[in-house]
Design a protein around this ligand. Sequence first.
Ligand code: B12
Ligand code: SF4
Length: 478
Amino acid sequence: MERKDKKKVVFVEPRGSDDNVFSRFLSLPLMGPIYLATILKKRGHRVRVLNEHLLRRDVNINDLDADVLCLTGLTQTINRSFEIARMFKLQNPDGKVIIGGIHVSMLQDEAALFADHVVIGEGEPVIADLVEGRITDKFVRTEHINLDDYPLPDFTLLENYQKMYITPMITSRGCPFDCNFCAVTEMYGKKYRTLSIDNTMKTLRKLQPKKVFFYDDNFAALKSRTYEMVKRFKRSGLDFRWTAQVRTDLTNDPKLVEKMADAGLYNVYVGFESINPATLKRFNKAQGLEQIKRSIKVFHDNDINIHGMFIFGSDDDDKHVFRRTSEFCNEHGINSTQFGILTPLPGTQVYKEFEQQGRLLHKMWNYYDALHAVYRPMKMTPLELQEGMLDAFNDFYSYSRAANEALNTFFEYPTTAIKGLYSRVRLPSFTNASLRLMGTHIVKSWVKHNKDYMEFLGSLELKKRALSYMAQAKPTQQ
Ligand code: B12
Ligand code: SF4
């Protein structure tokens, strides 16, 4: 490529809206922009990746001094992506805007109002052709890629990458399951595509991380591969601890869990989703309550912390689900939890169903963040769903429970020290206490920032009551 053909390219990953207080604690990037920027750098373009969370500020017009602006976005951040596209075009009407990512892959038309090109699917096969002008179509659809065909990610392209508290890595895409609320299979497919273990090890050697977060949606979907992977971690001599997203069925093979722990696995993110068996079935989760309980025991037996993720508000959930769930988490010693509200994400079966049934309250995407009720549930009102979610958070992350954890730490210390297990048992308790304190703070902050939304949900309730009152008060026909 000649020098004049080299482009100045900026990728931006926008922040979440202020209504989502959790976003403000984020400092981890989506990997898409980093992979794509790496491809462009290798072709000689001048590329930067800006992430508004890691920057700790909004991007401004000076940041957008580029020939091509590449935007990504989740459903809850997409409006900010559109805002940035507008800002760029005002300053640079001849500049090119390319937009991709999971939200626009599911809903292209609104994105087309703000971008020259909308990419549907994984961007690797087309990013160079788009930037270099060989593809001119407005909508560009791609096939799923083979992960080993593309370069390993170059994190130095990401501004402030040093501020990441953990190194993200991906060794697979796609998931063989098909939970009806999840956007992953629609976007990345049901086929589990893997990066070779050689390339995984090459990335680890290059990055020399202290801590790794494997972003894979289902890290251990292929058990034999996971056995091989952890064997290679152990043999490599690299000294790192890691965390990953896994399913409960991993624990059907306790030996594998033991090997994973031995190779540095200290925490798992597990989609428990619900303690209501009917909800698990409705979600098509392919896991039952007994399986959930068993998995907790196996992880804890191996000193692995559990971040349990739950979803409230299925058509089988009623008002009792919230407290029952937080109590379940406390009883089973789950270390940290994420209580979400079922969110009809575009592209999912839940979205299609709720839209068809006219149950969506609105399409203000920044509220589609699993922390706001955005549809009418079956067995409660939207306000009850919203309050119930907050109540579960409040119960789990209460000050009294934090104090309890701290006390546990205090009393555990002498005994465990005698057993010589000091560092293994004491640390989780300290972490639990501080996680709970942080949780309490976040919930308070959520309530402060979302008074208007609560009022909106309250007004729906009043309207419903008024309508039913009017219906009852209607004079009967003589
Ligand atoms: C890591 C991760 C996180 C991290 C960091 C996320 C972040 N910075 O947003 C943490 C744990 C903090 C997190 C939080 C949340 N997450 Co999350 N997360 C993920 C996960 C597992 C991996 C993301 C990733 O790197 N993927 C791999 C890369 C390669 O894919 P990619 O970034 O999409 O990029 C590819 C394509 O999209 C495309 N592309 C992307 N951008 C662009 C741009 C251009 C120009 C082009 C051409 C192409 C292109 O090409 C890329 C390369 O192939 C995904 C699941 C998944 N498989 O993606 C869920 C996922 C993105 N998360 C999701 C959700 C809902 C959330 C939360 C709302 C959950 C919550 N209630 O807290 C929050 C919101 C965070 C926020 N930004 O505000 C949903 C989003 C669905 C949606 N429609 O928006 C996903 C898809 C999971 C799911 N089960 O549905 N998450
Ligand atoms: S929720 Fe997890 S297991 Fe279910 S389809 Fe999505 S990624 Fe796969």
